[in-house]
Design a protein around this ligand. Structure first.
Ligand code: LRH
Ligand code: MN
Ligand code: MN
Length: 425
């Protein structure tokens, strides 16, 4: 769907304007800084969720897009397409059994042919699968019945095996376990069962793997979630051991939570495992990253940069950077391009913060100056830096425009059919 000649035809007429814009930002922040940011942007990579390449839907309905990928191979093709356009999404995260790599070796080769690697594999014990002996209606790893817990543990071990065959290095574990009515659960027993089950999974983890514990405050249970917040996830991760970390899905907090503070402390404690990026106004809305509250996203990145600098880390050090979104209205591929773009912009803005000056202002309790420094960086138009990083790597200057100009969705519909439906959220 994308070739180098078409990309050049797309980029060529845009270069002059981009050069002018780069000139402008160089004057603002300095040419060296620009170069440094572009080089870091070039290295940044964000994983695309295999479950978000088709229409999502709500419990009220689902409206397909046409041309959705109906096999894992087609999903890999879609992520390959995104990667060709933006050069920043060279990884894919699988959800099993929504996607089962029947022949992992050939799937791995196929992904490699698009320059893709596999990020965290996700297990699924929140739905019952056909033929499964025990139901997850009342939970999985926390279940009162040990047979259910054992079944859920075995599923996670199986997911690890698939992940090993694909070259993944982490298991992301999210549980729907919880209760919807007071009195339904004994909290301590539920937690203890969860810990014991996770210990069994942790014991099967390859030595170079992380176990990412994802928390969520609500849904599908609405009174308690057994891993409901970062405190509970952190507690489990601490008890499990150094390779267990916390996964922060931006949509999983109660309203107004200070997510950047959570991120900062988890990073400090070496318990930050990765992200599920998305945006939301109310609950776990799974909207395009940065579409509702881009300032919060930026503040998260500011904390990350400051924390990573303090520990001498780079973005590439062990964190799983992933998107977790769902698409009801927008073409999933366009939406994912927008999400990746928003992440890169926030990262670039955060890299522009004058950390030394900020520290000085903090030491002097100069609150006004602190805000100015933070907002100066936020209000800098970094879009030219992101575009430059992309075209230097052979991507498109304006990925969504390219996608539209070349009628890629229409081509996908012609090839795969208008009713093709993806598995996933
Ligand atoms: C739960 C969640 C979790 C699941 C995914 C499908 O809301 O964020 O990450 O694995 O959605
Ligand atoms: Mn998630
Ligand atoms: Mn979620």
């Amino acid at each position: 769907y994308v070739n180098a000649i078409e990309l050049e035809e797309h980029n060529e007429p845009r270069r002059k304007r981009l050069a002018m814009e780069l000139e402008h930002i160089s004057e603002q922040v300095g040419a060296d800084k620009c170069r440094q940011v572009i080089d870091l942007l070039r290295k940044f990579e964000i994983a695309i969720p295999s479950w978000a390449l088709g229409a999502g839907g709500t419990r009220f309905g689902r409206f397909g897009f046409g041309g959705e990928p109906s096999t894992l191979a087609e999903k890999i093709e879609d992520v390959g397409l995104l990667q060709q356009l933006n050069r920043a999404s060279g990884a894919i995260s699988l959800h099993i059994p929504w996607d089962i790599p029947e022949d992992p070796e050939s799937i791995r080769r196929l992904a490699a042919s698009y320059g893709l690697r596999f990020d965290a594999v996700n297990s699924n014990t929140f739905q019952d699968q056909p033929g499964q002996p025990y139901s997850y209606k009342y939970g999985s790893l926390h279940h009162v019945d040990v047979r259910v817990r054992k079944q859920a543990i075995a599923h996670n071990v199986e997911v690890i095996r698939y992940g090993v065959a694909l070259g993944s290095q982490s298991l992301a574990l999210w549980l729907a376990d919880g209760s919807s009515y007071p009195g339904q659960l004994n909290f301590r027993r539920a937690f203890a069962n969860t810990l014991e089950s996770m210990e069994a999974i942790y014991a099967e983890l390859p030595s170079d793997w992380n176990l990412l514990v994802e928390y969520k405050a609500f849904e599908p249970n609405f009174y308690s979630m057994t891993i409901g917040d970062w405190g509970q996830a952190y507690l489990l991760a601490s008890k499990l051991g150094p390779r267990a970390k916390t996964l922060v899905d931006l949509g999983h907090h109660l309203p107004n939570a200070n997510i950047e503070q959570i991120v900062s402390l988890l990073l400090m404690e070496e318990k930050l495992g990765g992200f599920h990026f998305n945006d939301s106004k109310y609950g776990d809305d799974d909207l395009t990253v940065g579409c509702i509250n881009p300032y919060q996203l930026y503040l998260v990145f500011s904390q990350l940069i400051e924390g990573m600098d303090a520990r001498g880390l780079t973005h590439a050090t062990g964190l799983a950077w992933m998107i977790d979104a769902s698409h009801n209205l927008k073409d999933p591929l366009e939406d994912l391009l927008q999400s990746v773009e928003a992440i890169l912009q926030s990262y670039a803005q955060a890299l522009l913060v004058d950390q030394d000056a900020l520290r000085e202002a903090q030491e002097a309790s100069d609150v006004v100056r602190c805000q100015e420094l933070l907002q100066d960086a936020y209000r800098t138009d970094v879009r030219p830096l992101v575009a430059q990083a992309r075209i230097e790597q052979g991507g498109a200057c304006a990925p969504v425009e390219f996608y539209r100009q070349h009628g890629i969705r229409k081509q996908l519909m012609q090839r795969r059919g208008v009713h093709a439906k993806a598995t996933g959220l």
